[in-house]
Structure formats: structure tokens, C-alpha cells
Design a protein around this ligand. Structure first.
Ligand code: URA
Length: 219
């Protein structure tokens, strides 16, 4: 049996979100008996919790606010607006939860599929807001496995002008983290867990299987 380790020291540039609610929900998602409905609901909930963590350091500014009692200076988020950039299709599972917390974010869609033979990322769709250069872009994909898709998505977003990016996933393999942080050292990563390894088919071990299939009930 492979135990899921809780890492104290994450690699440089990587934040492991060890909040008990996140860990509990992730364990429920790993269970192969979890229903499609349950899996989707949990991904949505963890999306919210990870959105909370990845936005933790956003700058705020004091704005004058009139309460029913008096006028006060109270903090609001300042600075860059957000773009959420899910990698299709599994990244969409994170989107609703994140948009619940950041409803005014713009959304970029990046359609990539994994060639089953070579495991390389093949692009079939790309659409992003025109002012992406002025926004903080949060790329989301539940599974950071080989990192081929994550690296390709960030390459495309940078080509489009994105300068300030973060990457959020649910589960990462050490191989994926090494590849992503080497290719894009300027892009910090948030994940709920770093698992043991990739298997020969590019699946994360122990992992949770194919996130897209489990979320949409396909296969
Ligand atoms: N993509 C998935 O959905 N699961 C894995 O384990 C690896 C990549």
C-alpha cells in the first residue's frame, strides 16, 4: 500500500495547501467508489478553498465606506484584476468554485489534450481576454502529472502577453513540479498534495485516476 505523505517542506516556489478541509476532501476524491456527482462537488469545494489560498497575498487598499452608523476606511482588493485560465477539460471543474469566490474574474480557455502515445500536449482551442498583460493570470488544472499541458498552456499565455502568472492544481507528481518550475521559474505553484510518482502511463500514483473522466463520468 502506498501511503499519502504530508510534506512539510515543499520545493521552492511550491505551496502545499495542508488545510484539514482540503486534505479531507481530497481523500474523499481519491476513493474510487466516489460517485461522479460527489467527485464534481468536491472538486468545486476544493476549488473555492484553493482560490482562497492563491489570493491570500493580493494587495488591498483602504476605501472610504459609509456604514449605517458612520463613515470608515475599510480594505478592498487593489491592483491587478484576475484572469482564471482553466486547461480544458478537467480545469473547468475548478472554475465554478473559484468564480464563486472571485465572481468578477475574466476567464481564458485553453484546450489541450494529452496524446496518449507521446503524452505531449496538443492544442485545439485558445481564447483569452485582450488585456491579459495587465491582469494576474491563475492557470488551473487539477492534475500536474508530466506538466506537458501546464508548460504548453503557460507558454501560450506568455506569448499572448501574460506576465504575472500562478498555477493551481489539486494533485502534483514530483516529476511535474520539477518540469514546470524549471520551464517557468517565475510561476509559483499551489497544490493540495504532492504524490509519490508517475506510472508508465503518465498517471499520478497513488493519485485519483483520470480527473476528467471521473468528473464527467466518461471513459
Ligand atoms: N491526468 C489525470 O487526470 N490523472 C493523472 O493521474 C494524470 C494526468
Amino acid at each position: 500500500m502506498i501511503e499519502v505523505a504530508m510534506l512539510d517542506a515543499a520545493p521552492k516556489g511550491v505551496t502545499v495547501v495542508s488545510h484539514p478541509l482540503v486534505q479531507h476532501k481530497l481523500t474523499l476524491m481519491r476513493d474510487k467508489k466516489r460517485s461522479t456527482k460527489g467527485f464534481r462537488q468536491l472538486l468545486n469545494e476544493i476549488g473555492m478553498l484553493l482560490a482562497y489560498e492563491v489570493t491570500r497575498d493580493l494587495p488591498t487598499e483602504l476605501v472610504e465606506t459609509e456604514t449605517p452608523i458612520t463613515t470608515t476606511m475599510a480594505p478592498m482588493i487593489a491592483g491587478k484584476k484576475l484572469v482564471l485560465a482553466p486547461i480544458l477539460r478537467a480545469g473547468v471543474g475548478f472554475l465554478d468554485g473559484m468564480l464563486t469566490l472571485v465572481p468578477s474574474a475574466r476567464v481564458a480557455h485553453i484546450g489541450l489534450y494529452r496524446d496518449p502515445e507521446t503524452l505531449t500536449a496538443v492544442e485545439y482551442y485558445f481564447k483569452a481576454p485582450s488585456d491579459i498583460a495587465d491582469r494576474l493570470v491563475i492557470v488551473v488544472d487539477p492534475m500536474l502529472a508530466t506538466a506537458n499541458s501546464a508548460v504548453a498552456a503557460i507558454d501560450r499565455l506568455k506569448e499572448r502577453g501574460a506576465k504575472d502568472l500562478r498555477f493551481v492544481c489539486l494533485l502534483a507528481a514530483p516529476e511535474g513540479i520539477a518540469r514546470l518550475t524549471a520551464a517557468h521559474p517565475d510561476v509559483p505553484v499551489w497544490t493540495a498534495a504532492i504524490d509519490e510518482k508517475l506510472n508508465d502511463h503518465g498517471y499520478i500514483v497513488p493519485g485519483l485516476g483520470d480527473a476528467g473522466d471521473r468528473m464527467y463520468g466518461t471513459r
